[in-house]
Design a protein around this ligand. Structure first.
Ligand SMILES: [Zn+2]
Ligand SMILES: [Zn+2]
Length: 176
């Protein structure tokens, strides 16, 4: 068994369309390489910073991905290679293992297709497109079309009457 801890630059952008590890960004590999009968078993953690664009508010944001990896690299002519479809198993080639496709697959599966800058991102105003995180509190739009304004007033009155009635009902038991 051999432990390998290396920090390598990402050979290219790795990830999904809206969030990824940038080309050249550090990828931290903390791995155990074990000789097993069929090849080399690689286990450990892959960690890197990511950059992305929020799918809700479109702001750029930075994040981090940390993934467990477990992958067997089979020896050529091993039982595993012989019994596995070509391309379905990674191979030890010239005493070397190539972790890049393993990392590309793992990171691609782990990063979300619709990343968010924060869990509770408010997104954009559907009326004007302003980012609600920087809009004034209670940001909204009055309905200016007079045909709708009449309806809004009607519903506004109804709602007020309803809440008045509710208040009275609530206060009655206390007064008695
Ligand atoms: Zn956002
Ligand atoms: Zn707005």
């Amino acid at each position: 068994m051999r432990a390998e801890h290396r920090v390598v630059p990402s050979p290219r952008r790795i990830g999904a369309e809206m969030v990824a590890i940038d080309e050249g960004a550090d990828i931290d590999l903390d791995l155990r390489l074990e000789a097993v009968s069929e090849g080399v078993l690689v286990t450990g953690t892959v960690e890197a910073d990511t950059t992305g664009e929020c799918s809700r508010c479109l702001e750029p944001f930075e994040g981090n991905v940390s993934l467990p990896v477990t992958e067997l690299f089979a020896y050529r002519d091993s039982e595993t290679e012989a019994t596995t479809e070509e391309g379905e198993v990674y191979l030890v080639e010239d005493d070397t293992i190539d972790l890049e496709p393993v990392i590309v697959d793992a990171v691609g599966l782990a990063l979300p297709f619709q990343p968010l800058c924060s869990e509770d991102c408010l997104g954009l105003c559907p009326e004007c497109g302003v980012r609600l995180a920087i809009a004034e509190p209670g940001h909204g739009h009055d309905i200016l079309d007079p045909r709708w304004a009449g309806l809004a007033a009607k519903f506004g009155l109804d709602a007020a009457a309803g809440s008045d009635a509710g208040d009275k009902n609530d206060s009655n038991p206390e007064e008695k």
